[in-house]
Design a protein around this ligand. Structure first.
Ligand code: FE
Ligand code: ZN
Ligand code: FE
Length: 191
C-alpha cells in the first residue's frame, strides 16, 4: 500500500504487527513441542496465550479506525521464524533449548521494535486508548524477553556443560583446562 500520512503509516504498521502475531501463533506450537525444559515449555505456552490477546488488541484498534487488520504480510517475522525453524533442524539435543531461546528472543525483539513505533504513532495521532493497548503489548513482549533471559542463564549453562562433556571424551579435557585458565584470568581482572 502507499501511505501518504502518518495515520496511513500507522495502519500499515498495525497490519504488519497483526501479521507477525498471526505467524507467531502458528509457529510457537512447534517450538513448544521441541522444548525439553518444562520451564521453557510453560513460558512459551504462556506467551502463546498472551500472543492471542495481543492479536485481538490489534483487531480492536483497527476496527475503531474502520480498517481491516488483515492486509499485510510481515516478511520480517516470516524470516525471523524461518531462521528459527531452520536452526532447530540443525541443532543436537544438547543445545536445542538454547537454540529455542535464541530464536524466541529474536522474535520478541523484533516485536518490541514494531510496538514501540506503533505506540508512539498512536500517541502522536491522538489515540490514547490505542496507545495504552500497544504499550501493554510492548510491556508483555519485554516481559517475555526477560523471562527467556532468565531461563537462558540455566539452560545455556546446561548446553555449555553438555558440550564440554562430549569434547572431553574426544579431546581428553584440553578445552576444560583452557577454559579454567581463562576464568582465572577473568577473576583477577574482576578483583
Ligand atoms: Fe506479540
Ligand atoms: Zn514486518
Ligand atoms: Fe511476543
Amino acid at each position: 500500500m502507499t501511505a501518504n500520512s502518518l495515520q496511513e503509516l500507522y495502519v500499515e504498521q498495525l497490519q504488519d504487527l497483526y501479521s507477525a502475531e498471526q505467524q507467531i501463533i502458528k509457529a510457537f506450537p512447534k517450538m513448544i513441542e521441541a522444548a525439553q525444559s518444562d520451564e521453557l515449555r510453560s513460558a512459551l505456552k504462556e506467551h502463546l496465550e498472551v500472543t492471542r490477546k495481543q492479536a485481538s488488541r490489534i483487531e480492536t484498534i483497527c476496527q475503531e479506525l474502520g480498517e481491516d487488520a488483515q492486509n499485510e504480510k510481515c516478511k520480517g517475522m516470516e524470516g525471523v521464524l524461518k531462521e528459527g525453524s531452520d536452526l532447530l533442524k540443525e541443532v543436537s539435543r544438547e543445545v536445542r533449548d538454547a537454540a529455542i531461546i535464541a530464536a524466541a528472543q529474536r522474535v520478541e525483539h523484533y516485536e518490541m521494535a514494531g510496538y514501540g513505533t506503533a505506540r508512539t504513532y498512536a500517541t502522536l495521532l491522538g489515540f490514547p486508548d490505542a496507545a495504552s493497548m500497544l504499550e501493554q503489548t510492548l510491556e508483555e513482549e519485554k516481559e517475555a524477553d526477560q523471562t527467556l533471559s532468565e531461563l537462558a542463564e540455566e539452560l545455556n549453562v546446561e548446553a555449555l556443560e553438555a558440550g564440554e562433556n562430549s569434547e572431553q571424551e574426544s579431546e581428553q579435557g584440553s578445552n576444560r583446562v583452557k577454559r579454567s585458565k581463562k576464568s582465572v584470568a577473568r577473576g583477577k581482572r574482576a578483583a
